[in-house]
Ligand binder design. Sequence first.
Ligand code: MN
Length: 695
Amino acid sequence: MLTSSELIELVKKHDPNMEESLLRKAYAFAMEVHGLQKRASGSPYFSHPVEVARILAELGLDVVTVITGLLHDVLEDTNVCPEELEEIFGSEIAFLVEGVTKLSRINYPSSKVHQAENFRKFLMAISQDIRILVIKLVDRLHNMRTLNYVTSIEKRKKISLETLEIYVPLAERIGMNAIKDEMEDVAFYNTHPSEYRAISMKLEQIRNKDNNFIQNTILELRLVFNKAGIDAQISGREKKAYSIWKKMQRHSVTIEKINDIIAFRVIVKTVEQCYLVLGVIHTNFQIMPGRFKDYISIPKLNNYRSLHTTVIGPMRQPVEVQIRTEEMHRVADEGVAAHWSYKSGEVLVRKDEPSRYSWIKNLLTILQDSGNPEEVMDNTRLEMFKDEVFCFTPSGDLISLPRGATAVDFAYDIHTAIGNTCIGAKINGKMASLKTTLRNGDQVLIITSPYQHPDASWERFVITGKAKVCIKKFIKIQEKAEFTLLGLQLVKYVFSATELEFNEELLDYKKFSCDSLSRFFYNIGRGIIPLGMVRMSLPIAESEDQTTFNEDPLCLVDFAPGIAIHFADCCHPILGDKIIGALEPQKGMVVHLNNCSNLKDVNYFIKIKWNSDEEMETSIIIRLRIVILNKTESFAIITNIISSNGASITNIKVEHRSIEFFDLLVDIKVRDSTHMGEVLASLRTCANVRSIKRL
Ligand code: MN
């Protein structure tokens, strides 16, 4: 195992003025807390973070990143808490370790292929600091290097698939090709063992056919370069099995047809020399048409730059030659890591950095300029995925939603039935309202109840199409059911005031231009067919009283307020009040107080009563006008009285203010009239309250 001094030597190559003591401290700390933990290989667990730190140091990353490499598993695998890390190593390292830990805790959504892309995007989005992503990739690289120690074939396969689908594309995206190639090869070996073996055997045969092929070709190339006076490093290497496999799939060819299994790399000092070398090669060897690619003029998305050409080589075999500068080579291998350069411990951004990397440049600028991690987070997220938020179910599944989506949108995205019955949400472990707008990385638990149903008010804050459609559809079905039920109850009520038994056959619905009995009930419930006409159509003597039918009040059951039954806005009746129902066309039944002055204008109303058996959890809002003394503490006192009585304020407004008094309009949520009485009595005992009136 690498010692802390050896690790320090590696970091010093890039960062000569690094602070040694902090690294030594981290080394000792990680060794101690990992203690006797073992890896699958049987070696001490601590060897893993040390290796991760070594690779990071070799990539030339800063000392903070290397220290984070040493500590990257302590939150996940030991009893150390973030506060402790921050205390010992400072906020930057604690932040990075937490970031890596967060990435590790997310389950890879293996069942859903379409989630893979989302997942990658998410990793990018929450890797608020690009170093978090780099550390995570190196962590995975080392785990792949030691994958052969994992005994379960299934587990090896699962880890390999995850690597191919998630980490390889991420490494490619930030241009860390050396890491990408290596991870790919191990993963390919574990996911496609027989294909891997076949390709390896073929490579072996090619090697045996001409032992010195690579050496001889290099010698020939050197000869022509020397003649042209070009100083270049030349190397040759076999392509990795996985890239051959991909090529075979891409072009549907057998391995025999792949002619550039061995690629040669020519590295020169300047861009001009790249084109010079290209010219020399093209004059000396025969070109394979259609194989030339200029990634210097047009770099790949991940900023890979190089010239590629295939020629019939000196050994009369096709060879691919890649020509690039040292700088291009470093970027090709190390990607984003190549963009770090150091001067007295400071992270510097290279001036010649191409614009395709501007998002990383911006990121680094933000990192440098801001000591505030939250700002870094916001900026980073804005940079990358402006229109999306990524949230998680408690089991770690990823849900991607448009920005501005709420907990209800999330619920519908999981399943229509969950949306239709959601009653609340726990976001990151805390209770939150269904209206809450979700943020990146939120873990959302939806609480459902079989008694809950979508509310028309949800339509105002949901933003996804699915939620909107589901809510509309549900309300339509619910509306139909409720109005039909109300109509039925009203017809039964009419019957109860006569000597007739309720009998559907006595109802001549066709006379009311309805094609079915249920349509007839629906139209009555909706107030489209006046109840008086229904009564007149029955075979009984005319009554003189046209406005009421019955002395016994009707008891309405199985209705949730808001669809067929409404509480009047004018008098706000609450449970326990004496009430009366007015049928309004289209709206259904509106419940008023018995003595509400608005009832004068209503043609048809019926006596109704509360269903006292029902545990009405429906809280009711009453409006009060309270006059309080103009004193600073008055507000606090009355809000305190209201809440200590178990009621809550939903709205408060200062109507009028004078030197002595405030006139307040306060909407209070109470359970019933008894509860309201209690709250009012308590308020009246308060010295700061001058008067109270229910409106
Ligand atoms: Mn690890």
